[in-house]
Ligand binder design. Structure first.
Ligand code: MN
Length: 202
């Protein structure tokens, strides 16, 4: 059966996009634990792509406002297509007119743990995604601690909420989406990367 992300590959023309294609290898910084990334993406609308490694692919959600560290903030997360693991290290500019055209930075990265591993019965993250309720503990450079993803349905059942759990990492005073804009890969902000691209085009 065709993997879901094969469809993404077909939508893209890899002579025109710098994206890594269907590379299935995990990025060099991945350890034994499953990984997660948050990619800021300025396309037709600015959003943050939240991706977690599940069964050899990156399960993905687009979060218009990005993740919050405040448990009272429920962030809308729209389920999008699975991406290949190699995508976790991508940042750069996708040509306008191409699928996802715009600029991407690696806003955060790290590993995560399944918080329902020790539950009785234990539940894999893959099962939790199917059931629409995911409990994970993130260890990123900007965001960390327990997060819940809860499916609320909505249009085509793709609407979820990402909510910070109440734990030591919760902090209503932080707002890393606006105060920590630099990429964890290049140190550049999305506007700086766009600026470089514009200069190249002149
Ligand atoms: Mn996106």
């Amino acid at each position: 059966m065709e993997k879901r992300y094969e469809r993404i590959r077909k939508k893209r023309d890899f002579r025109k996009t710098p994206e890594p294609g269907a590379k299935e290898e995990r990025p060099f910084w991945a350890d034994k634990e499953p990984i997660f990334v948050v990619q800021e993406h300025v396309a037709s609308r600015r959003h943050f792509d939240f991706r977690i490694e599940v069964d050899g692919v990156l399960k993905s959600w687009a979060i218009p406002k990005g993740p919050s560290t405040d448990p009272r903030e429920k962030r809308l997360a729209i389920e999008t297509e699975d991406h290949p693991l190699g995508y976790a290290d991508f940042e750069g500019t996708i040509a306008e007119g191409e699928y996802g055209g715009g600029t991407v930075i690696l806003w955060d990265r790290g590993s995560y743990r399944n918080l329902r591993e020790g539950a009785s019965p234990p539940e894999s993250v893959s099962e939790q995604v199917k059931k629409g309720r995911v409990s994970i503990f993130l260890e990123g450079q900007k965001i960390s601690g327990g997060y819940a993803l809860v499916r609320t349905g909505g249009k085509e059942g793709k609407q979820w909420l990402l909510v910070k759990m109440k734990d030591d990492e919760a902090d209503a005073r932080r707002n890393p989406v606006s105060t920590e804009p630099a990429s964890v890969k290049s140190g550049m902000t999305i506007n700086e990367i766009k600026g470089v691209k514009n200069r190249e085009n002149q």
